[in-house]
Design a protein around this ligand. Structure first.
Ligand code: PLP
Length: 463
């Protein structure tokens, strides 16, 4: 696709201001399958549809803003991860990306396991019918109540994150006459973000127990001594939105090194290794994520090779993709409210949501794309910034994008790849009502998380 082929420049700028964009796309009406959920397309009238239902109908039925999740796409992606890793590995979906009972059912049916990191996520997982032994419990400061609930429920593993927690979990399990399966989360000195990673000797962050200074080995020593714990493996999670597998390579090398040291010191070969999540997705057409089968092949090869070198039996591998499963499966639908052209700069397009339904742009400088969804247009492209309705100038949904210059209030626009970390990080800032999540498949749409109401807000306000 030649971007420079488009005859017209942006309407409101002779010279484009600085930004994250390249040239306008050749066809503003095109929907790049890289960033859109599997069943998204345009119907004969040019209206965007998902699961066979057009967005005008969806907006009428469910209002805007709203998240629409393509159930078929979710299941396909979950299954692809499951199949890619095969029966000798486990795929734990990271519930923090987006969790609801419907999603738990889909995961259960597709054969995945589930990561939770709070009592609330654990309750949702159990309420959705995920068997406790397929749940892993994470977090750097789990409360005594949360640990108790997890041990009582019989979760498959608790991932220990500190020396205090080793004792805490052991004590709680022992007092219930149980032996809790645990992994120890280590920091391997690898920090991976998008296309780059840095390998260092130490890691300056709150998660995990450092490998470099012998703390991880000491944690293993202590865990192996406690009756309440069954140490089954080592856990490492190196970052998020990662495209480059070399960070995992270094992480696996260092974790396997620890497994070897454990074998040499204690005579035990821990049976599991968890390499975490963090695999990237396409937010814009410029991103090129890897397919699950490529990732599975690469990770399995790395671990096998390292273990061969250390003369260890290859442990059972687990991974924890969140974003890579749910991220691409949903889009947010907004209605355009106001349009402000700023001469020589860009056009500000205000929508009926904003940082309360997508904080990632403000928080991480995340990039998104956007399209005019309720119709097609042959108008020339204009450079826009999609902003919300909140009382913050940083309330930006899409920093830089192109939309047709005839965009008008009342048009529906859609932002793809909002399945992960959008609804789950949504807030009530300005007493916004958090949008619903609607699952769409086979021409059927049903609410899986309903829209908040003002009554919901007032219910908490007991003064
Ligand atoms: C956040 C997180 C994940 C999931 O990360 P994604 O980028 O969504 O794949 C997996 N494991 C752990 C421990 C995490 O903290």
């Amino acid at each position: 696709m030649s971007r420079s082929a488009h005859p017209a420049g942006p309407r409101h700028a002779d010279v484009l201001p600085e930004g994250h964009y390249s040239a306008p796309p050749a066809d503003l009406n095109a929907l790049d399958p890289k960033v859109w959920a599997q069943t998204v397309t345009r119907d004969a009238q040019g209206v965007v549809t998902v699961g066979g239902i057009d967005v005008k109908t969806l907006a009428e039925r469910f209002g805007t803003p709203a998240y629409f999740i393509d159930e078929a796409d979710f299941r396909t992606r979950a299954r692809a991860w499951r199949t890619a890793f095969g029966p000798d590995a486990d795929v734990f979906y990271a519930g923090k990306a987006f969790l609801s009972r419907a999603v738990v059912r889909w995961l259960y049916e597709e054969g995945l396991n589930l990561d939770v990191c709070s009592g609330g996520e654990l309750s949702t997982a159990l309420a959705g019918g995920m068997p406790a032994d397929r749940i892993a419990f994470h977090g750097n400061n789990k409360s005594v109540e949360e640990i108790t609930k997890a041990v009582e429920a019989g979760v498959g593993r608790i991932v220990l994150d500190s020396f205090q927690e080793i004792v805490r979990v052991a004590h709680i399990a022992s007092s219930m006459g149980k032996r809790q399966r645990v992994q120890i989360r280590v920091t391997v000195g690898v920090e991976a973000h998008t296309h780059e990673f840095i390998a260092t000797a130490h890691e300056d962050q709150k998660f995990g127990i450092p490998l470099a200074d012998g703390q991880a080995a000491e944690a293993v020593r202590r865990a192996l001594q406690l009756d309440g714990l069954e140490l089954i493996g080592i856990h490492s999670h190196i970052g998020s939105q990662i495209f480059d597998m070399s960070g995992f390579e270094v992480a696996a090398h260092r974790v396997v090194g620890l497994l070897r040291d454990i074998r040499d010191e204690h005579g035990v070969e821990l049976p599991e290794i968890d390499l975490g999540g963090g695999l990237g997705i396409a937010y814009t057409s410029d991103d090129d994520p890897r397919e699950p089968h490529e990732i599975a092949k690469a990770l399995t090869e790395i671990v096998s090779r390292e273990c061969e070198g250390a003369r260890l039996r290859t442990p059972r591998i687990s991974v924890e993709p969140g974003r890579a499963i749910v991220g691409p499966t949903a889009f947010t639908l907004y209605e355009v409210g106001t349009i402000k052209p700023l001469q020589g700069l860009r056009t500000y397009v205000s929508v009926d949501g904003g940082m309360s339904d997508n904080i990632r742009t403000a928080l991480y400088d995340a990039e998104y794309s956007v399209c005019l969804a309720s119709r097609t247009s042959d108008a020339e492209p204009m450079l826009v910034r999609i902003v919300g309705k909140h009382c913050e100038s940083g309330d930006i949904v899409v920093r830089d994008a192109f939309l047709p210059a005839d965009l008008a209030p009342g048009d529906l626009i859609a932002v793809p790849a909002t399945g992960a970390y959008c609804r789950s990080m949504a807030s009530n800032y300005n007493h916004a009502l958090r949008p619903p999540v609607v699952a769409v498949s086979d021409s059927d749409a049903r609410v899986i998380v309903r829209r908040e109401t003002e009554d919901d807000l007032l219910r908490l306000d007991v003064g």
